[in-house]
Design a protein around this ligand. Structure first.
Ligand code: PRP
Ligand code: URA
Length: 209
């Protein structure tokens, strides 16, 4: 059976993580490293998608190859999940995109929903939630709830930094959702931020600090 939680280990991921964590990294560099890290993450998140054989004509002769044989739907959780969308979807021609808008209350850390637009026919698709931070797990659980209400059955979460608390909460509520992350950090602080973490991903990526 596939691992429930996969931590992507690679020197290039470590490099990018240091840049993202560093308080001295400005917006442009933060965006660049978020993209590089997501490209590597994509290899792992999409590794076991089914393929089918096709014929292809090279300039020299006809040969055979394989293409992805499943509908893929990316679901970035607004805002921060948008940071991962281009890098992931570049690998999957014909993929569809759904949007879920969630924002954590600064005091309670409870996420409230403000937007939702999902494609039709989620039931046979591979649905990949994009959200760089898995902290309490509230946002990921709410997104998986929404997707299942729309009949999604194959759900993965791609994130960059996860807290043990968020992993445990998501596993408890949605044990079928496979989690892919670049790092599992120590814990959450009293404000429910991941420590050591990288701060507020959305603010750093969009320059709203
Ligand atoms: C952040 C992050 C996740 C969520 C994780 O979003 O991008 O969506 O917090 O925290 P949780 O696991 O405790 O729910 P935020 O609410 O800050 O909104 P933003 O992406 O618009 O900045
Ligand atoms: N959201 C973030 O952007 N960072 C955290 O540490 C927790 C939630």
């Amino acid at each position: 059976m596939a691992d429930a939680v996969s931590v992507v280990e690679h020197p290039l991921v470590e490099n990018a993580l240091v840049a993202l964590r560093s308080v001295g990294t400005g917006t442009d560099e933060f965006r660049r490293h978020a993209r590089l890290l997501t490209l590597i993450l994509a290899f792992h998140v999409l590794r076991d998608l089914p393929t089918r054989q096709v014929r292809v004509e090279t300039p020299l002769e006809e040969t055979e190859g394989h293409v992805i044989d499943r509908s893929v739907i990316f679901v970035p959780v607004l805002r921060a999940g948008l940071a991962m969308l281009d890098a992931m979807s570049d690998f999957v021609p014909g993929s569809k995109v759904g949007f879920v808008g969630l924002e954590r209350d600064e005091k309670t850390a409870i996420a409230h929903s403000y937007y939702q637009k999902l494609p039709a026919q989620l039931e046979n698709a591979e649905t990949i939630i994009l959200d760089p931070m898995l902290a309490t797990g509230g946002s990921a659980i709410a997104t998986a709830d929404l997707l299942k209400e729309s009949r999604a059955s194959r759900i993965r979460l791609a994130c960059i930094v996860a807290a043990p608390e968020g992993i445990a909460a998501l596993r408890a509520k949605h044990p079928d959702v496979r989690i892919f992350t670049a790092a599992i950090d120590d814990s959450l602080n009293e404000r429910k931020f991941i420590v050591p973490g990288l701060g507020d991903f959305g603010d750093r990526y969009f320059g709203t600090t």
